[in-house]
Ligand binder design. Structure first.
Ligand SMILES: NC(=O)c1ccc[n+]([C@@H]2O[C@H](COP(=O)([O-])OP(=O)(O)OC[C@H]3O[C@@H](n4cnc5c(N)ncnc54)[C@H](O)[C@@H]3O)[C@@H](O)[C@H]2O)c1
Length: 378
């Protein structure tokens, strides 16, 4: 007998919700196993415009996620709100018995993540976090290389990167740069991806201490916002309330040192390659915008072979026909996990460690010293 279609709702219908709905619509066309039944956005009319744009009819719209969750019998929701509004809608959805796919970063603070994980545990529902590069074959290859023991014992990682000039702000869209909506800047927009790339590869050891820093020299400077790319530079500089550059030196369980930096703006072309050093070999992942979904070019393995230093360049892996894009795989993995009763494809138990590093960087930067990281039991 055909399985019941999963009833999907949207919380937040801004930029990234567009990628979610496109993936659900492709899924509906291919498998017909989900239906989009409702959506909400706190801006009146925005959810209606969103569904109209995709010609999705017969949906009910709301301005409050609580009203939507009370009125609808949803199986699952896409939480596509800005960072400061990740926790409340996620907790409410889980308490209403919905499975949740939540956009990255997990949240702004560690405490919010703990609260969400408690709601997840109490509900028994799936909570997965939206890191679509996880579904890229080349990114997966990094983990396979580590797990196959090719690097030996990993003891040092340099990662991060970022943009020379790329503060994501427009006059009519400032949700990424405002303290009250984003809470964190480059750290949460792109830094969490770099952290996930390497932490996932080495099995997500717990972070123990961090010496971190954040700066905002560019974001708060009107001269950083050149037209025609930006308009109203004074307004954007005044509105800017997050980090545009950040980093930290993190001690991880198992004696691994993680050296991380991330940039939305800097006077430099690159913040460097990702390097994973092990006792048997080292892996160089070319300076990568991994948040765009993959590695920045062929990776190189450095090792000794019978007393000779050798380098092996790993060819880029191509997608197989029928793989779909990263969004098909991200939404597909969520639907599959619901159907099969778990586990969550990108579990909160991992991503809380990612968030703990970000949280530690912010705290350390404020205090001007190293801080210890304690992740509460859930
Ligand atoms: N995975 C990716 O590739 C990717 C890319 C971009 C953004 N993101 C993440 O997606 C999130 C949203 O980014 P965006 O670009 O869509 O932002 P956005 O500002 O365009 O959209 C967020 C929407 O949420 C709405 N909203 C806020 N609180 C709400 C609530 N409680 N209930 C209902 N609606 C609410 C806002 O009104 C807004 O329309 C961010 O956390 C961001 O980090 C992920």
């Amino acid at each position: 007998m055909a399985e019941k279609k999963l009833r999907i709702g949207f919380i937040g219908t801004g930029g990234i919700a567009h990628d979610h709905i496109r993936a659900y619509l492709r899924r509906m066309a291919k498998y017909n196993d989900v239906e989009i039944v409702a959506g909400c956005d706190i801006i009146p009319g925005k959810a209606d415009d969103f569904f109209r744009e995709f010609s999705v009819d017969n949906v009910r719209t709301y301005v409050s996620h609580e009203d939507m969750l009370d009125a609808e019998k949803l199986d699952a929701v896409s939480v596509c709100t800005y960072n400061r509004q990740h926790a409340a809608p996620t907790i409410a959805s889980l308490r209403h018995g919905c499975h949740v796919i939540l956009e990255k970063p997990f949240a702004v603070t560690l405490e919010e993540c703990v609260d969400m994980m408690r709601a997840e545990k109490e509900s028994g529902k799936i909570l997965t976090i939206g890191f679509q590069p996880r579904f890229d074959r080349n990114m997966q290859q990094i983990k396979k290389i580590v797990e196959a023991g090719e690097l030996g014992r990993v003891y040092y990682i340099q990662t991060g990167g970022g943009r020379r000039s790329g503060i994501p702000a427009k006059r009519d869209k400032t949700s990424f740069i405002r303290e009250d909506t984003a809470g964190i800047g480059a750290l949460g927009d792109i830094g969490c991806y770099s952290l996930d790339m390497v932490l996932n590869a080495i099995g997500y050891p717990a972070p123990l201490t961090v010496t971190g820093f954040t700066t905002d020299y560019f974001g708060k400077n009107p001269d950083s916002y050149w037209p025609p790319r930006y308009s109203k530079p004074e307004y954007l500089a005044r509105t800017f309330g997050v980090d545009d550059f950040a980093g930290g030196l993190v001690r991880l369980e198992g004696g691994v040192i993680l050296d991380f930096r991330i940039s939305w703006a800097m006077h430099m072309d690159t913040a460097g390659d990702t390097l994973i050093l092990g006792t048997k070999a080292g892996l160089r992942i070319p300076s990568t915008d991994c948040w765009n979904g993959s590695v920045g070019g062929p990776m190189t393995l450095y090792r000794e072979c019978a007393g000779q230093s050798v380098e092996t360049v790993l060819p880029i892996l191509k997608d197989a026909p029928g793989d779909g894009d990263l969004w098909d795989r991200k939404i597909g993995s969520f639907i599959r996990a619901i159907r099969e009763g778990g586990p969550a494809p990108v579990p909160s138990s991992q991503i809380i460690k990612n968030q703990a590093i970000i949280d530690g960087i912010v705290r350390s930067s404020k205090l001007g010293r190293e801080v210890e990281i304690h992740i509460p039991e859930v």
